[in-house]
Ligand binder design. Structure first.
Ligand code: PEP
Length: 256
């Protein structure tokens, strides 16, 4: 049985106070009504909130993540935040290669591969995002695109390092748009990703690799997505800013 994970990407939302309040609300709700199944909950607030959110969640089993890290380890890189700095806040995971970073900040595969290495070195578990644009899907190029992202970003890793990676498939056309991949589309791509991992690292590793779905996932569609054989949970954007919706998504594993 693979691990189940539901991760919340808060993006550039909440100020410090409302971010702490959101973390508190998730923690309190979880204490009052623990999850029935073993599901790892990860939250990724903005950098500025990390230390204080960590204090809030330290008595829970939730894991703190950052949304990005620098592609250099230290030095004259004004405004950047390194993987080891993130670790020192209490973060234990980091999102790398989100489509917004790729598209809006022109992050290249080379930089992403470097971020993956630095995150692993610092003790952070990378959540590596991949996914095609609408144009690429229309041209039926989604498999080529995703395979290339995996190859360039991850497949340089040794098997031991690769086994620490979480993959998030996030079709760009479904992020923040209200459009969701159908359960069949998600399963088809997750299976394709698992097969690519198998070709690179073998069946034992591919069977263990956690692959999350992301893209307008909400309480009303999470259950049908999470039911798919190769979907091991979700990376949630908009709906993770509401404690009730975020936990309702996590609880969709519980229902029959
Ligand atoms: C995301 O940005 O990772 C994401 C999945 O966003 P949303 O859930 O808002 O589509």
């Amino acid at each position: 049985m693979r691990e189940k994970i539901v991760a919340g990407n808060w993006k550039m939302n909440t100020d410090l106070k409302s971010g702490i309040d959101l973390a508190k609300e998730i923690s309190i709700r979880l204490k009052h009504k623990p999850l029935q199944k073993d599901i790892r909950i990860i939250i990724a607030p903005p950098f500025t909130h990390l230390s204080q959110v960590q204090e809030v969640i330290s008595s829970t089993s939730m894991v703190l993540a950052a949304q990005n890290c620098a592609s250099e380890s230290s030095g004259a890189f004004t405004g950047e935040v390194s993987a080891s700095m993130l670790y020192s806040t209490g973060a234990r995971a980091v999102i790398i290669g989100h489509s917004e970073r790729r598209a809006l900040f022109a992050e290249t595969s080379e930089q992403l591969a470097r971020k993956i290495d630095l995150a692993l070195e610092a003790g952070l578990q990378p959540i590596f995002c991949c996914g095609e644009s609408l144009e690429e899907r229309k041209q039926n190029k989604q498999n080529i695109v995703v395979e290339q992202q995996l190859t360039e970003g991850l497949f340089h890793l040794t098997i031991e390092s690769f086994e620490r990676i979480i993959i998030a498939y996030e079709p760009v056309w479904a992020i923040g748009t209200g459009l969701t991949a159908s359960p069949e589309q998600a399963q088809e791509m997750h299976q394709f990703i698992r097969n690519s991992v198998q070709e690179a690292y073998g069946k034992h590793t591919s069977d263990k690799t956690v692959i999350l779905y992301g893209g307008s996932c909400k309480p009303s569609n999470a259950k049908s997505l999470f039911k798919q054989k190769d979907v091991d949970g979700g990376l949630i954007g908009g709906a993770s800013l509401n404690a009730g919706d975020f936990l309702a998504i996590a609880r969709s594993f519980e229902e029959d």
